[in-house]
Design a protein around this ligand. Sequence first.
Ligand SMILES: N[C@@H](CCC(=O)N[C@@H](CS(=O)(=O)O)C(=O)NCC(=O)O)C(=O)O
Length: 215
Amino acid sequence: MKIYDWPTGPYPARVRIALAEKNLQSSVEFVPVNLWKGEHKRLAFLARNYSGTLPVLELDNGICLAECTAITVYLDALAGEPTLTGRTPLEKGVIQMMTKRAEIEMLDAISVYFHHATPGLGPDVEVYQNQEWGLRQRDKALRGMHYFDGVLRKQPFIAGDAFSMADIAVIGGFIFAKAVELPIPQECEALLTWFARMQERPSVRAQLAIVPPKH
Ligand SMILES: N[C@@H](CCC(=O)N[C@@H](CS(=O)(=O)O)C(=O)NCC(=O)O)C(=O)O
């Protein structure tokens, strides 16, 4: 299998952490795609992912899977423990809901802020920007952080009593927040404590230790 990504990208980090959790890293070849040069918007890449985003998992038979959640669901089904996407119907539903909520309320919101209210990937890639929209999404992400702080005051993990794909999605949010220098509000104590605990996991520690390649 091949993974087309950028090693330190927040969304690619979600798949890299999942791969490490499932001990599947040796099963994949990583192919860097330089976002700052717009390589993800070229026809050759768009043929792999119509949406022009990273990461993309390309199977040996040529089938391409995009979307972090979809890729994680596939990887989770490939190998054994730990289960990242739930064992029971309810666990599966709650993990999907909280993963999507992590995207809508935090990760995707920070991404919009990055692309619209900062220089983002540079003028050759950011062909349209709307600063007001970007700033509104930044504020939405800050509200989302308070929401997840509330969740973690009642339970140890984002989707309940066990580490899951939903935790990995919020970790992606933290990675993007750091990349755009958006601080986690200091009053979000439960969220900050949870993130410190997440960094005890070798999969997370290894991802955070990757030195960003020059672009
Ligand atoms: N919904 C997609 C979003 C993926 C995404 O936005 N990836 C970023 C990569 S990174 O910023 O996380 O490194 C991207 O391709 N951004 C390029 C662009 O939006 O032009 C997913 O879940 O995979």
